[in-house]
Design a protein around this ligand. Structure first.
Ligand SMILES: Nc1nc2c(c(=O)[nH]1)N[C@H]1C(S)=C(S)[C@@H](COP(=O)(O)OP(=O)(O)OC[C@H]3O[C@@H](n4cnc5c(=O)[nH]c(N)nc54)[C@H](O)[C@@H]3O)O[C@H]1N2
Ligand SMILES: Nc1nc2c(c(=O)[nH]1)N[C@H]1C(S)=C(S)[C@@H](COP(=O)(O)OP(=O)(O)OC[C@H]3O[C@@H](n4cnc5c(=O)[nH]c(N)nc54)[C@H](O)[C@@H]3O)O[C@H]1N2
Ligand SMILES: [Mo]
Length: 800
């Protein structure tokens, strides 16, 4: 087992810019540590190239004209992690019981390397022992046939290809289940619910050229340097053109402040940094609705003032609003006028294209600045300043991430993003759109080909016609519903296409206990994780090929495909030698389970596995408009654009218009105990040395942390007010639903630039704190970015 890092934790060092030598060093460290074969660097050169493989890390776009090396620090780490020469092989599983492995850390489990052979848990020795593939499929099929389809869950992490995902959802539906929870339920589900209501689009509307055509970017709640570093190139290019990047984030994130392009030798040698954010507003956790209301209020009241003065078209310094009661609005209107702008709001757009403006405007006018300031954590001046930049720009691109979606009011956050865009027609024109930055590399695409618990989103009649079966029409389980059903003992079987559900989901304590009572757990995976070492009565661990590996089938080496954050489909060809000859591809494993389980439906499973082009044909038949000429265009440079009606200002909503949707309040209602003295709002985050529950290492160089992940970032005033000092060790206790104690122990206090009343710590170490009920009521996305907690002095030293 990998030993605990012996180096002493280092905290608070200067992190340096995003990219730069820190990034280069971090990449070379991981290549060495993972004993990546010499072909590794050559492999990296193929990443995200038109005919290469799609990165297995994030979902950022693959451009038509690529950089010489189209990968980033985290893409390189993810590649090294997959093509590592380390192996969790027969000898490893012979040497360790699962009871022993349960005490290992996330990092140490995955660090053992790639899984090499199919396994079944042996209860006598408490070990995973080798099993024959066919035997495994046969027993899984028998078990699934023995329960009601409602008692089975088919989870997907967002990495599986379009081809595998299409097969997987088809298998689940022919079996009779819509229980298709997926990682996006915990991620961008608030967008999947909120954007259709606002603008009739289930995904963001931005494409890469919007970065080239915008004259301003509002960058909200996304940590680009860590989570999607390749996007930094697009931001850098925009900044070089003079585009303002206006950032709203809970933390001061160094990756959002400055960047050195690690692929530009001159920048590396001279240390030339590009400042990313022109304006950086630190909002409180959950403060974005108030912040955007503040900006909207400034805009709407300035517009009102101009109208009151009879000035609808402003030019030069004619703007002399005659209602002196609102000095700020007047000053603001004058500044707009000085900038020679025609209007503050785009009234033509609002009247032609939208509904609900009056209600929204009335709410914005009504909110008091003091309330907006208190909830957002920003000053009135800051909100007016941001509004001024917004109004002075012709094409504003709004980019956002998890800091908006993972909230009780995540859907309302997304509505507010759309409201802001609609005020000035910032949607459906070059440079102006909404960019929802996705996480997993195919999480968006899986939804596109039918991975969803919502039957209304799938062309069920088409599936029925093509495959001759009666699809289930009932609403399936989201991840939160799945957790509930597992905890209540309703669920009997959990099939997992990748991922680490037990670590990623909330309510870890109750989930781990209930997980052991499942009748059947089947894990299709590349590396060992905690969702495998804790397991059901009958447990299979089925190793699969990774996307970077050559996938040889009857018709030759296969390609697969995915959808990027900007709704383009791309082909991907594996280039590396498989980690073990005993691995099967994901499509082959899904087909194996399907054939052993299903008693109805006509699907050519074997032909599909022999030639993935046939699966793509089936996808095209199911979704003819979205996947027109799919096979022919698979490797088209820049990808196949998916139709996005909202980009053309076609609003596929009930009203046929884009809707201003007014949130009922500024901030979520929390139980009374959450307002008690000493309670802080915890936001859970990622470091740049992890990919979700995959922990590459213990360094977060951006935030100046090395050698530990057991830290809690706090405002200096809160540290003092609560009687702590930086470096103290504390426990975190959930300050809601306290009849059940939820706590995590041994976290070092780190002073950080974070608003008072808020604190932050890493996920997944903090997941035991989250009550299952603590999620957006509409999207069921857990509120991972705001949980009331208390801090108490710890009797436990940090684990690492
Ligand atoms: N290196 C790395 N890359 C990744 C991943 C990873 O784990 N590691 N995960 C992938 C996945 S699945 C996803 S979904 C994406 C996630 O990528 P992000 O969307 O960047 O998600 P987080 O890292 O959780 O951080 C969210 C950011 O929101 C800020 N924030 C938190 N709460 C609030 C709030 O209430 N308001 C505002 N305005 N800001 C807030 C935090 O300070 C943080 O900067 O990244 C993907 N890429
Ligand atoms: N507290 C808190 N919790 C969160 C979040 C948060 O911000 N805070 N973020 C949420 C978000 S945004 C997400 S997306 C989820 C992530 O939840 P998941 O997607 O379930 O988790 P991952 O950590 O991405 O899964 C890692 C595992 O996937 C397997 N794997 C890797 N590559 C492959 C492959 O090619 N094929 C197969 N079959 N398996 C593979 C490996 O075995 C690895 O151990 O977590 C959520 N949980
Ligand atoms: Mo995600």
């Amino acid at each position: 087992m990998t030993k605990n890092p012996k180096r002493r934790p280092k905290i608070g060092f200067d992190s340096g810019p995003a990219g730069g030598w820190g990034s280069a060093k971090s990449v070379s460290e991981v290549l060495l540590r993972e004993h990546v074969p010499l072909s590794g660097p050559t492999l990296l050169a193929e990443q995200n190239k038109p005919d290469g493989y799609m990165c297995v890390s994030c979902a950022w776009a693959k451009p038509a004209k690529t950089h010489p090396l189209e990968f980033c620090e985290n893409g390189a780490k993810a590649t090294a992690w997959e093509v590592t020469s380390r192996r969790a092989d027969r000898a490893f599983f012979e040497a360790h019981t699962l009871a022993e492995l349960e005490s290992w850390r996330d990092h140490d489990l995955e660090e053992q390397g790639r899984l090499t052979h199919p396994m079944r848990w042996d209860s006598e020795g408490d070990k995973y022992v080798p099993v024959d593939w066919e035997e495994a499929f046969e027993e899984i099929g028998r078990e699934l046939r023995g329960i009601s389809p409602k008692q089975a869950e088919f989870y997907t992490s967002g990495r599986a290809s379009l081809e595998t995902s299409y097969m997987y959802q088809l298998m689940a539906r022919i079996y009779g289940s819509n229980n298709l929870p997926d990682s996006s339920n915990m991620c961008h589900e608030s967008s999947s619910v909120g954007l259709p209501e606002s603008i009739g689009a289930s995904v963001g509307t931005a494409i890469l050229s919007d970065f080239q055509n915008c004259d301003c970017i509002f960058y909200i709640a996304q940590n680009v340097g860590t989570s999607s570093p390749r996007l930094l190139h697009d931001l850098q290019d925009a900044v070089d053109r003079g585009v303002k990047v206006v950032t709203f984030n809970l933390l001061k994130e160094p990756g959002l402040e400055r960047f050195i392009n690690p692929q530009a030798p001159s920048e590396m040698l001279t240390g030339k940094e590009t400042p990313i954010s022109s304006n950086y507003y630190q909002v409180k956790s959950g403060g974005d609705i108030a912040a955007i209301f503040g900006i909207s209020k400034a805009l709407i009241e300035a517009d009102d003032a101009l109208h009151a003065a009879g000035i609808t078209k402003v030019s030069g310094s004619d703007a002399e609003p005659d209602d002196p009661s609102n000095a700020a609005a007047i000053a603001f209107a004058a500044s707009i006028a000085a900038a020679d702008k025609k209007h503050v709001l785009d009234h033509d757009f609002i009247s032609t294209h939208t509904a609900g403006f009056e209600e929204f405007a009335a709410a914005a006018r009504q909110y008091q600045w003091e309330d907006l300031e208190r909830v957002s954590g920003l000053t009135r001046q800051q909100m007016i300043e941001a509004a001024g930049i917004y109004a002075a720009s012709d094409a504003v691109l709004i980019v956002y991430g998890m800091g908006l979606t993972q909230h009780l009011m995540g859907v309302e956050n997304v509505h507010m993003v759309a409201n802001l865009a609609l005020l000035r027609g910032n949607i459906g024109k070059p440079g102006a759109n909404i960019c929802a930055v996705r996480g997993h590399s195919n999480v968006q695409g899986q939804r596109t080909v039918g991975i969803t618990e919502k039957p209304g989103l799938v062309p069920l009649d088409k599936l029925k016609e093509l495959y001759k079966f009666e699809p289930p029409r009932w609403e399936g389980h989201t991840t939160v519903d799945t957790c509930k059903s597992i905890i209540e003992g309703e669920t009997k079987a959990f099939i997992s296409l990748g991922g680490n559900f037990l670590r990623a989901a909330p309510e870890t304590g109750a989930m781990e206990a209930a997980w052991r009572k499942l009748r059947l757990t089947v894990q299709i995976a590349t590396k060992l994780n905690r969702s495998h070492v804790i397991h059901g009565e009958i447990a299979y661990l089925l190793p699969c090929l990774g996307r970077i590996e050559i996938d040889e089938q009857a018709s030759g080496p296969q390609a697969v495909s995915m959808e990027s954050s900007i709704a383009h489909f791309h082909g991907s060809r594996g280039k590396a030698k498989p980690a073990s000859p005993e691995l099967l591809s994901e499509p082959a494993i899904v087909a194996g389970i399907a054939k052993a389980t299903l008693t109805q439906g006509e699907v050519p499973w074997d032909q599909w596995v022999g030639d993935y082009a046939l699966i793509r044909e089936a996808i095209e038949q199911t979704y003819p408009e979205t996947f027109k000429d799919f096979n022919k265009r698979l490797f088209q440079p820049g990808g196949i654009p998916r139709p996005l009606p909202a980009r053309e200002r076609k609003w596929v909503t009930q009203s046929g218009k884009a809707n201003f949707l007014t949130p009922p309040r500024l901030f979520p209602e929390l139980p009374e105990e959450a307002h008690a003295e000493g309670v802080l709002h915890l936001s859970t985050l990622r470091s740049n040395d992890q990919f979700n529950t995959t922990i590459y290492g213990y360094s977060d160089r951006f935030r100046g942390i090395d050698g530990t992940r057991q830290v809690v970032f706090m405002n200096g005033k809160d540290i003092a007010r609560l009687g702590f000092a930086a470096g103290d060790v504390v426990d975190l206790v959930t300050a809601m639903e306290s009849q059940k104690r939820r706590e995590v122990k041994g976290f070092r206090v780190v002073e950080y630039q974070i608003p008072e009343g808020c604190c932050a710590a890493y996920y997944p170490e903090t997941n035991p704190l989250f009550p299952l009920s603590h999620h957006s009521p509409k999207a069921k996305t857990p509120s991972y970015k705001l949980l009331p907690v208390r801090l108490t002095r710890s009797d436990r030293m940090p684990f690492n």
